[in-house]
Ligand binder design. Structure first.
Ligand code: NDP
Length: 392
């Protein structure tokens, strides 16, 4: 069937206002007082507007998280800029350098020579966990401040050595717990601190995904030497760390845990495929959680139950789409987002830059990373002992 030609549907108001605008236009051919013309490029397009002097960063390890989140995060940073890449793949590093205006390159062999590079103030370690301690300590000894990805290291002994190196070299050491800069989590923390939930009674935090042993970023997560531990190290730590953030006046006293690794799953010969855990807090409440490498789809869910109201975050700690449901205080359940999660990456960089410049502790310092690894080690001791309560 032939379609009827569309007739423009101008309203009377549109016709009148179009005519009024035309009568205000300059007569054609009249001499122009101003002329539009091109100008030379001033400034460096790779370094937009410097609101103050920015701290200069080297990124160590150009893997999926660095390329997908960390490096793009610099676009919105106000106190931080990238100057250097450290990588074992020079072609990849140079390709990314061309894209992001980074022109200083190091590899894992000449890494220590960053000590002589005045264009590096801060180093961001985005390597597999088993490499965190070594590359953090080498950067600290080179006189640089270090932000290290989570979990801080393979063992609490490594964490202690990292902290000792930071102290010996008077540098700032932080662990990249980005959730402490994520607007939805900050909103829930503010509600908790305001007393909107009343007294906190119970916390539940579940995090997991299905690990693919054929995908390189998951493959190393299944190898103890590179991963340190299993699902609890990689993904369960979000639940543990965020729950403790929401309980600023409470302290863990004891833990218990059980492995939930499926029997005979060939992926899990070195690290656990799942861990269900509980932390008893000094106030008497329980924080409970689970972590798994065997769940589909991706799960990131936390619930905070108070005497007056409760909050569910689902997803709780993702990169882009975190969401809050607030329920209680006589109101119907309300779902909302409190800000764009993507801002967490730039906020974390700038938070660290500011702390390092001032010679202060980062919001999520190395000591917090050590605390969490000690808690997880205690959970493993409990699970190894069949779920026995382990006092801290
Ligand atoms: P990837 O495997 O994607 O990247 C790791 C990179 O490390 C590699 O691309 C490589 O970079 C470098 N590398 C050096 N030696 C090795 C080695 N022996 N095996 C594998 N890689 C090596 O891992 P992710 O990006 O997923 O994780 C990196 C870190 O970031 C981990 O600590 C992880 O826990 C953390 N992470 C944090 C997240 C968060 O939300 N905070 C999310 C995801 C990860 P190159 O080729 O340049 O040398």
């Amino acid at each position: 069937m032939a379609r009827k030609p569309q007739t423009p549907d101008f309203s009377r108001r549109q016709i009148i206002s179009a005519g009024a605008a035309a009568s205000l236009a300059l007569p054609l051919g009249s001499a122009l007082a101003q002329q539009a013309e091109g100008q030379p490029l001033l400034g460096n397009p790779a370094l937009p507007e410097l609101p103050g002097e920015r701290m200069r960063w080297a990124i160590v390890g150009l893997g999926t998280f660095a390329v997908g989140q960390v490096i793009p995060g610099f676009a919105d940073a106000r106190q931080s800029r990238m100057t250097s890449f450290v990588s074992g793949n020079p072609d990849k590093a140079r390709m990314l350098g061309a894209r992001y205006g980074v022109s200083r390159f190091y590899d894992y062999d000449n890494y220590d020579s960053i000590a002589d590079d005045p264009e590096i103030d801060c180093v961001y370690i985005v390597l597999p966990v088993g490499l965190h301690a070594e590359y953090t300590i080498r950067a600290l000894e080179a006189g640089k401040h270090v932000l290290c990805e989570k979990p801080m290291a393979s063992t609490s002994a490594e964490c202690e050595a990292m902290l000792a190196a930071a102290r010996a070299n008077s540098r700032t050491l932080g662990v990249a717990y980005r959730v402490h800069f994520e607007p939805n989590n900050m909103n829930v923390l503010q509600r908790v601190n305001n007393g909107d939930l009343g007294a906190m009674r119970f916390v539940s935090a579940d995090h997991g995904f299905n690990a693919n042993p054929d995908w390189p970023p998951h493959k190393w997560r299944l190898e103890k030497a590179l991963a340190g531990g299993g699902s609890m190290y990689d993904i369960g730590i979000y639940g543990l760390n965020t729950s403790l953030m929401m309980l600023p006046d409470d302290t863990p006293e004891a833990v218990s845990a059980h492995y939930s690794t499926p029997a005979n799953d060939p992926r899990f010969t070195e690290v656990e495929g799942g861990l269900d855990w509980r932390v008893r807090m000094a106030s008497g409440i329980t924080v409970q959680g689970s972590s798994s490498y065997c769940w589909s789809p991706y799960v990131s869910r936390q619930r905070y139950f108070g005497s007056e109201a409760s909050v569910e975050m689902n997803p709780a700690t993702t990169y882009y789409d975190n969401r809050i449901v607030f329920e209680g205080s006589g109101e119907p359940p309300r779902a909302y987002t409190a800000g764009n999660p993507i801002t967490q990456f730039a906020a974390q960089l700038d938070g660290f830059s500011a702390a390092a410049r001032a010679g202060e502790q980062h919001r999520t310092p190395g000591e917090m990373g050590l605390r969490d690894i000690r808690l997880i080690e205690a959970m493993y001791r409990s699970a190894d002992a069949g779920g026995a309560l382990v006092a801290l």
